[in-house]
Ligand binder design. Structure first.
Ligand code: FAD
Ligand code: DLZ
Ligand code: SF4
Length: 514
C-alpha cells in the first residue's frame, strides 16, 4: 500500500477531498468505529446508531465504487478505542508511505490528525474540507475586515459567490432577506408532510442491537428508528422535502405545534452534516423549485440562507474563536440543567413537547431548540458549557463545530453578543404566539404571579433585572427595560420572589443527567 486514506464518521461523501486524486490500486481507505468517539459525550442512542449505520453503509458504497476499505468495528477484539490507536494499528497492517485525511470538523479531532506525522514518522497530508463554501482562511479574511460579525453581511457575500438567487448582480426579488415574512403561526393540518420513514435493513438492525447493548445508559430511545442511512435514501428525503414541504417552509419556519415534530422543515441536517447530502447542491435544487414556479421566494431564500448563511457562518465562528470558545460565560451563569431535561417530565407543556420529542427522535426543530429549551436554560441561568453538552449529546445532527456556536453563542449569549445583538429570551407570550402549546398547559400564560402563572413570565423579568448591569444599555433591550422600570416596586418584588421560588424548586429536581 502506498496511501492510507482516512475517512472519519462525518466525512461520508463519496468524493471526499482525501480520496479525490487517489489511485484505488495503491490506496487503502480506513474507516473506524472507536469507543472514544461514541462516548466523548453521552450521545443519544439514536445518534450513535445513525452514525455507525451510515458509516457501515458508506463503506459498502466505497467498495462498490472500487475502493479497498479497511473497516474497524466497535466490537473488534483488538480495538484501541481511539482514532490515533486505530491508525497506528492500520499502519502495522498496511505499511503505507503516507496518510491522507480530510481536515476534521472539530478542534479535538484536528489536534489528533496534526499529531500523526510526528507520531508515526510518515507524511500526513491534511486536506481542506471543500464541502464548505468558505475555507477557514476565507472566513478569517472576511471577519478581519469588519467590526461587527453580523451574519447578514457574510450571507450576502455567499449569495454573490454562489450566484444563488441573484438577478444581474442584485438579489432576486429586490431584497436579500425575507425573514419578516417567515413568522406565521401554524394550525394543525392533516395534510402536513411527514418525513419519509426508512425501514432498518440487516446492517442497521445489527447496529441497533449493538447500540442497545453497549450504550444502554445513554439517553434517548431507539424505538422506530427510521432515518435514512445511505446517500440514496437521504436523496429520497430531499426530493420529498422539495416537493411537499419547501413551498410552506418559509411561512411556518418559526411555528410550533403539539404532537407535530417536523412541520414543514427539511429534516436533512443529519445527512448534510455527515456527508450524505451536499449542501450547495440542495440550495441549487431549492432555487430551481423557485425558478420553476413551484416554491415562493420567501421559502427558498429562507432555506438557502439557513445553509449558505447560518450553517457556514457558524462554522466560521467556531474555527475563528478557537478551542477555548467553549469556556466563555459572559453572564456568569452556573446553574445545572434540571434533571427533567433527560426525561421530559415537566408540567410545562412546551418543554415536555420539545424535550419529549428530542428523547424519542434525537431531533427538534430550530425554534424549539432556540425559544423553548434554549430560552428556558438561559432564563434560569444555566451554565452555558453544560447547556452545550446537552445539545451535543441529544441531537442527531450535533457536531461541535455547528452545535457549539449555536448553543453557547446564539442561544446562551455566552460570548456576550459576538453572534447576536441581544439574548434570545422571551416570556410565555412569544411561545403562545408561535404555538398551540399554552392552550394545553397546566400553567396560565397570561399570569406572572401565583401558583398557576407560566414560569417563563417571572423568569423573563427576573433575568433582565439580574443582568441589568450587563444588558441594561443594550439598545435592543431598551423597551423591556423601560417597561420593567415603569412597574411598581411591589410588582417587581413579587415577580422576583416568584422567580426565586421557582428556581429553588428546580434545583431540587435531582442531579443533572450528563
Ligand atoms: P431546516 O429548518 O429544514 O433548515 C434547513 C437547513 O439549514 C438545515 O438542514 C441545516 O443544515 C441548516 N440550518 C438551519 N439553521 C441552522 C443554524 N442555526 N446553524 C447551522 N445550520 C442551520 N444544527 C445542526 O446542524 N447541528 C446542531 O448541532 C445544531 N444545534 C443547534 C443548537 C441550538 C441551541 C440551536 C438554536 C440550533 C441548532 N442547530 C443545529 C440549528 C437548527 O436547529 C438545525 O440545523 C435544524 O433544526 C435542523 O433541522 P432541519 O434539517 O429540518 O432544518
Ligand atoms: C460522532 C461520532 C461517533 C458517535 N462515532 C464515530 C465513530 O465511531 N467513528 C468515527 O469515525 N466518527 C464517529 N463520530 C464522528 C466523529 O466524532 C467526527 O468525525 C468528528 O466529530 C469530526 O471531528
Ligand atoms: Fe410553556 Fe408557559 Fe405556555 Fe405552559 S403556559 S406551554 S410553560 S409558555
Amino acid at each position: 500500500t502506498q496511501t492510507l486514506a482516512v475517512v472519519l464518521g462525518d466525512q461520508l461523501t463519496i468524493d471526499i477531498a482525501a480520496l479525490r486524486d487517489a489511485d484505488p490500486a495503491t490506496t487503502v481507505v480506513l474507516m473506524m468505529e472507536v469507543a472514544d468517539e461514541t462516548t466523548y459525550v453521552r450521545h443519544h442512542k439514536r445518534k450513535i446508531a445513525y452514525i455507525l449505520s451510515a458509516m457501515r453503509h458508506h463503506a459498502e458504497a466505497l467498495r462498490d465504487a472500487g475502493w479497498t476499505v479497511d473497516y474497524v468495528k466497535l466490537d473488534d477484539a483488538d480495538a484501541t478505542d481511539s482514532f490515533t490507536g486505530e491508525v497506528a494499528r492500520a499502519i502495522g497492517r498496511h505499511d503505507p508511505e503516507r496518510i491522507v485525511v480530510t481536515e476534521a470538523g472539530e478542534w479535538r479531532v484536528m489536534a489528533m490528525l496534526e499529531s500523526w506525522e510526528t507520531l508515526f514518522g510518515i507524511p500526513v497530508d491534511i486536506r481542506t474540507d471543500d464541502r464548505f463554501l468558505a475555507s477557514h482562511a476565507e472566513f478569517a479574511a472576511w471577519a478581519e475586515a469588519r467590526k461587527s460579525l453580523t451574519m447578514e453581511w457574510f450571507y450576502r457575500e455567499m449569495r454573490v459567490k454562489t450566484d444563488l438567487l441573484m438577478a444581474d448582480g442584485k438579489p432576486e426579488g429586490g431584497r436579500w432577506n425575507f425573514d419578516k415574512e417567515n413568522r406565521k403561526p401554524a394550525k394543525a393540518d392533516l395534510l402536513m408532510p411527514r418525513p419519509l420513514a426508512f425501514k432498518p435493513d440487516a446492517i442497521t438492525q445489527e447496529v441497533l442491537s449493538l447500540v442497545a447493548d453497549r450504550f444502554a445508559d445513554h439517553p434517548g430511545s431507539l424505538d422506530e428508528f427510521d432515518y435514512a442511512v445511505t446517500a440514496a435514501d437521504a436523496e429520497r428525503q430531499a426530493t420529498y422535502f422539495f416537493k411537499h414541504a419547501l413551498p410552506q417552509f418559509g411561512d411556518y419556519e418559526d411555528a410550533m405545534l403539539s404532537g407535530e415534530r417536523y412541520l414543514w422543515h427539511s429534516i436533512l441536517s443529519p445527512y448534510i452534516n455527515s456527508g450524505l447530502l451536499d449542501p450547495l447542491d440542495l440550495c441549487r435544487r431549492a432555487e430551481a423549485q423557485y425558478r420553476a414556479g413551484r416554491a415562493p421566494l420567501n421559502a427558498v431564500e429562507g432555506y438557502v440562507r439557513q445553509i449558505i448563511g447560518w450553517r457556514e457562518y457558524m462554522r466560521g465562528i467556531y474555527w475563528r474563536e478557537g478551542p477555548d470558545y467553549v469556556e466563555r460565560n459572559f453572564l456568569g451563569h452556573t446553574r445545572e440543567l434540571p434533571n427533567w431535561y433527560w426525561t421530559g417530565e415537566t408540567d410545562m407543556h412546551c418543554l415536555s413537547q420539545a424535550i419529549g420529542q428530542t428523547l424519542e427522535t434525537a431531533h427538534a426543530h430550530h425554534i424549539q431548540r432556540l425559544m423553548v429549551t434554549g430560552n428556558f436554560a438561559l432564563l434560569i441561568g444555566a451554565d452555558p458549557a453544560k447547556v452545550h453538552l446537552w445539545y451535543l449529546e441529544v441531537y442527531v445532527d450535533a457536531y461541535e463545530w455547528v452545535e457549539l456556536p449555536n448553543t453557547l453563542g446564539m442561544s446562551q449569549f455566552g460570548d456576550g453578543g459576538l453572534l447576536g445583538s441581544k439574548p434570545y429570551v422571551s416570556s410565555g407570550a412569544y411561545i403562545n404566539r408561535m404555538s398551540d402549546y399554552c392552550g394545553r398547559c397546566r400553567y396560565d400564560v397570561k399570569q406572572r404571579i401565583g401558583p398557576d402563572a407560566c414560569p417563563f413570565n417571572a423568569l423573563y423579568w427576573d433575568f433582565l433585572a439580574r443582568h441589568e448591569d450587563k444588558l441594561g444599555r443594550n439598545p435592543r433591550l431598551a423597551m423591556p427595560y423601560r417597561n420593567w422600570a415603569k412597574q411598581t416596586q411591589a410588582d417587581r418584588d413579587a415577580t422576583r420572589a416568584q422567580a426565586e421560588a421557582f428556581l429553588d424548586s428546580l434545583d431540587a429536581s435531582g442531579p443533572a443527567g450528563y
